[in-house]
Design a protein around this ligand. Structure first.
Ligand code: LAN
Length: 739
């Protein structure tokens, strides 16, 4: 359940539906630079067709002088819920676009191309939509960014250019009024050519045959043969880092290169400013365009890579020591297969999905494993009015659904929400992970997962501390409602399993990381070779994850106070201390997984409240509220730009523009902390701004991107524009309703 697969239906839709879709796409195209963002118009069309939406109450007239009277808030809320309910699928999850990064699809296309499976997996319709997507996100200067809103980078540009070529575009093709291929090539050549691509780009181009393996810094698979006690053992890395470098080591160890096709030969000419045979590959190892540099290599790294490259690699490749390389490659493949089997070939993320698929091909082109991989490629693809993209995950199903449940439950509009909650209950039930990873999972560096919730689907199966917590909170919210309306609650044992998992995720500093415990030291960042990403080496503790675990344990404590009572209480206390320690001078928290200080400050406040702190007696909460109030925009509402994440400085959107998602987070945090009992005016203004932003059909506009990972790459959480305004207006209604 939860699987999302797009297929082309030549007869699909009425002519009216088609027109709506075409209009949405034209609208996107025309406005793509003003609001460089995608949304899920197409999905919406499809879903609304299957289940006609209930009639809409009329749009309320705008409240005067910035106040949002009770009736206006109620009507906006009703409309918002009715709209969002049309995006709920039959299995109960809410579907939404999880795109944003621009470096994911190229890896997939290169893997499919070199394995000769491109046209088997992707129909001509998929390929057409992918071309549309790549052109839709080409910047006016001809290049492509790391993500859909980013400035042009070599990583984005060279890989998007190559992708378009793989998808059949010629070196001078163009589309609508996009800058086109020759402008793309100009950008690449003017910025140092493909030698200046980041290390992950060098890797993909080498696989394709458009870069020499000698131009890559070493990725020795032998690292997997080291003893686990060493802090640099990859089993101690953050699981995403580990699962990306694992298959990369294998492909590097094998020096795999795809067939030298005419396209490959042509690309060798197009991507470099000098003849391919004259490129200085040794120099290229450390070249990187300045546009791409977010985390420059420390000197230590350059020395390390040079020693390995010149001193060790020749030995491992050309002497009897080669046996060691073979052994290391075999060990690596054991882990690749384990990951594939434990995720039913979805894999933990889009990068290792493409890489593991490639490894299975390199190991045995006729293997069952490769076929199983191909069958799971569509899980990552999503079509919207900006075309078809590879998403950042196989979806955000559970995450969005768990938040939606909490938002709907907070409205206390049981009559409206019960049928929606009932369907969501089904999904929450079906998506809980009910087993640990196979066999001796510890020896495969896997944490327990039984009882946790994943971010997307049960098939994916990787547990995440805060997804487990949001899943648990959603189950508890449902369990508090009448079962004849929302369906039966989960059995207590399943909640015990989840809490067991959550407790097992707490670190020595009291904080919670993402998928596992922190297993090594932050100094490992010295050998972080990925120039565009920060903080990827280990699983750090985060305020968002910690707060989610605290609020979940506190809710659990209320319902089932006798289960591991002392441990739960102690875990909450330690986590609260961690959150206080992480608070910044100005009262905010830095957000690592969404934009940015507003998001994390909401988590900081709600976590401390759940741990029993109160505004009146807790300086941290008071400072946090003061911070939020100090950032209110002129005329009300809040907004924050993704630049906050990369620059670590609070940045609002230009022009005093209100953003529905940040406004909602700030409202929720302030209301939870009792702002309405002190001064409700900022709440009235914020609610009024939300009502003003709401569209005719109850939707909210898809504004600037609101998710992030590894400091520098942005990711879309399209459902946030519906979920959080519902949540905020619901709370507003409740506490300011009579105002
Ligand atoms: C995600 C998606 C979910 C996200 C939350 C649960 C929201 C967060 O609170 C904890 C971290 C987590 C699980 C997360 C971590 C990084 C991910 C997996 C992603 C942002 C989705 C894509 C990203 C992944 C690393 C992308 C591939 C890029 C690499 C650098 C490997």
């Amino acid at each position: 359940e939860g699987r999302q697969v797009w297929e082309y239906d030549p007869e699909g839709g009425t002519s009216e539906d088609r027109k709506k879709v075409d209009d949405a796409r034209e609208h996107f195209w025309a406005n793509r630079f003003a609001k460089k963002h995608s949304s899920d118009e197409l999905m919406r069309q499809q879903l609304t067709r299957e289940r006609p939406s209930p009639p809409m109450p009329p749009k309320p007239s705008l409240p005067a002088a910035g106040a949002a009277p009770k009736e206006a808030a109620k009507a906006a809320l009703t409309r918002a819920i009715r709209f969002y309910s049309t995006l709920q699928t039959h299995d109960g999850h809410f579907a939404g676009d999880y795109g944003g990064p621009m470096f994911l699809m190229p890896g997939l296309l290169i893997s499919l191309y070199v394995s000769g499976t491109l046209n088997t997996v992707l129909s001509e319709h998929h390929r057409r939509e992918m071309r549309h997507y790549l052109y839709a996100h080409q910047n006016p200067d001809g290049g492509w960014g790391l993500h859909i809103e980013g400035h042009s980078t070599m990583f984005g540009s060279a890989l998007s250019y190559v992708s378009l070529r793989i998808l059949g575009e010629g070196p001078d093709s163009t589309y609508k009024d996009a800058p086109g291929m020759s402008k793309g090539r100009e950008w690449i050549l003017a910025h140092g050519s493909a030698t200046h691509i980041t290390s992950w780009g060098k890797f993909w181009l080498s696989v394709l045959g458009c870069f020499s393996w000698d131009g890559n810094n070493p990725l020795p698979p032998e690292i997997w043969l080291l003893p686990y006690v060493l802090p640099i053992h990859p089993g101690r890395f953050w699981c995403h880092c580990r699962q990306v470098y694992l298959p990369m080591c294998y492909v590097y160890g094998k020096r795999f290169v795809g067939k030298e096709t005419s396209l490959v030969l042509a690309l060798r000419e197009e991507l470099f400013s000098i003849p391919y045979s004259q490129v200085d590959w040794n120099r290229a190892r450390n070249q990187c365009a300045k546009e791409d540099l977010y985390y420059p290599h420390p000197l230590l790294q350059d020395v390390l890579w040079a020693t390995l490259h010149k001193g060790v690699e020749p030995l491992l490749n050309h002497t009897p020591l080669h046996a060691l390389r073979e052994k290391a490659c075999a060990e690596v493949m054991k882990h690749v297969h384990y990951e594939d089997e434990n995720t039913r070939y979805i894999d933990i993320g889009p990068v290792n999905k493409a890489l593991n698929l490639l490894c299975c091909f390199v190991e045995d082109p006729s293997s069952e494993a490769l076929k199983k991989h191909l069958a799971r490629v569509p899980d990552y693809l999503w079509l919207a009015e900006d075309g078809m993209k590879m998403q950042g995950y196989n979806g955000s199903q559970l995450w969005d659904t768990a938040f939606a449940v909490q938002a709907l439950a907070a409205t206390e509009m049981l009559e409206e929400t019960a049928p929606i909650l009932k369907r969501a209950n089904h999904y929450v039930d079906k998506s809980q992970v009910r087993e640990n990873p196979n066999g001796d999972h510890g020896s495969m560096y896997r944490h327990i997962s039984n009882g946790a919730w994943p971010f997307s689907t049960r098939d994916h199966g990787w547990p995440i501390a805060d997804c487990a917590s949001e899943g648990l909170k959603a189950s508890l919210a449902i369990a508090a409602l009448p079962p004849h309306l929302v369906g039966p609650p989960l059995a207590d044992q399943r909640l015990f399993d989840c809490v067991n998992c959550i407790l097992s995720f707490q670190n020595a500093d009291g904080g919670f990381a993402t998928y596992e415990l922190t297993r090594s030291y932050a100094w490992l960042e010295y050998i972080n070779p990925a120039e565009t990403f920060g903080d990827i080496m280990i699983d750090y503790t985060y305020v968002e994850c910690t707060s989610a675990c605290v609020t979940a344990m506190a809710a659990f404590q209320k319902r089932l106070p006798d289960h591991r009572a002392a441990e739960v209480a102690a875990a909450i206390a330690r986590a609260a201390k961690f959150m206080e320690d992480k608070q910044l001078e100005d009262g905010s928290w830095y957000g690592s997984w969404a934009v940015c200080y507003t998001y994390a400050t909401w988590f900081g406040v709600s976590g401390l409240l759940a741990a029993g702190r109160r505004y009146e007696s807790c300086p941290a909460i008071r400072k946090a509220c003061a911070f939020l109030l100090s950032k209110e925009l002129l005329g009300g509402g809040w907004s924050e730009s993704y630049l906050s994440c990369q620059d670590k400085i609070y940045t609002t959107l230009p022009g005093n523009r209100v953003h529905a998602v940040m406004t909602s987070w700030a409202l929720i945090a302030l209301i939870e902390a009792g702002q309405h009992t002190r001064d409700a005016a900022p709440l009235h203004r914020g609610a009024a701004q939300l009502i003003k932003l709401q569209e005719e059909n109850g939707d909210f506009p898809q504004q600037e991107i609101s998710g992030v990972f590894n400091k520098n790459c942005m990711i879309s959480y399209s459902a946030y524009r519906n979920i959080f305004p519902i949540w905020a207006l619901g709370l507003y209604q409740k506490v300011c309703g009579g105002s």
